[in-house]
Design a protein around this ligand. Sequence first.
Ligand SMILES: Cc1cc2nc3c(=O)[nH]c(=O)nc-3n(C[C@H](O)[C@H](O)[C@H](O)COP(=O)(O)O)c2cc1C
Length: 338
Amino acid sequence: MTYQEVLENARKTIKNCKACPECNGLACGATMPGPGSKGGNAHENWKAWRRIKLEIDTFAPNTAVDTSMTLFGRDFSLPLLTGPIGTMLQYSDTDVTVDFNDGVIRAAAESGVIACFGDGLAPQTVPGALASMERHGAAVIPVLNPLPNAHILGEMERIEKTSAFAVAVVVDSAGLGHWKHISKDEGPGSKTVEDLQLFKAATAKPFVVKGIMTARAAEKAVRAGADAIIVSNHGGRVLADAPATADVLPEIVGAVKGQTKIIVDGGIRSGGDMFKALALGADAVLICRPIAVSWFGGGSEGVRCYFDKLQAEFAEAMYMCGARKLCDISADMIRIQK
Ligand SMILES: Cc1cc2nc3c(=O)[nH]c(=O)nc-3n(C[C@H](O)[C@H](O)[C@H](O)COP(=O)(O)O)c2cc1C
């Protein structure tokens, strides 16, 4: 199966998304519920990576490129996480979230990358994904919405008994205005440093905070004990006029690099984009929408096909810029255009 075929297949089954050749947030626009964003913010994320180019410098020993990453003591083939999607009703008339999570978790296990899943709305989502995780032996991070603390602590207690690789709370979901259209329950809201300290204390697993967009917020997450932060504006879905993640990443790296692991998402589409993110100081990247499209286009195999494409592109970028290991990737290997 080629990636082209994956996209063509996806176009036959997916809703609210045109499975575009380049997933740049233009065709889906502001479709929410659906995979769009607020005020075209997803496109801003995508555009920011386009301004960054790769510096060719092939003066290096002609040895093999090693794309592997170690995170929290475990080895992976790529510095890559799949993005959580709480409910696939955003893409489909029937709720295929459990199947989607199963396909992605299986592909992640087979390709040696990390899979995240969201807690969503349906009660079967979390147990379904945890069962897939145990079945496929993947490194999986459940990403919990900022619902009332008692709810989060209950979910964390359940997750603690499993082999989950880490546990995350997504703080920017406080801005998910469409939640009230699809659920009558109390929706997500903002959290304090003290709330996050409570969550950190409730787990022996690495604790991840998703949805950090300023150096100030990154410092608070570190104070709360975050073992990793995800620099993210939820794919542009929580606030129009938020800056692009690529634009805020350097400030956040400057503020907290070395105190916590830094993962970035939003508009990252290729192995070249992954290289740019690491050159700006990230330890790994997270990609969401193209994973959903790949699953609609070919199930688990479609997702693996996309991972293979990323792997080939990332290895090529490393080779052509003179990097042989992730730690060789540096800021002088990219050029930021005005
Ligand atoms: C349809 C859809 C649903 C999402 N649901 C969640 C979610 O439940 N939890 C979460 O942390 N992020 C969620 N996100 C955000 C993604 O995980 C990720 O942060 C973002 O989409 C990354 O940008 P990208 O799609 O441009 O790669 C969702 C994104 C989309 C498009």
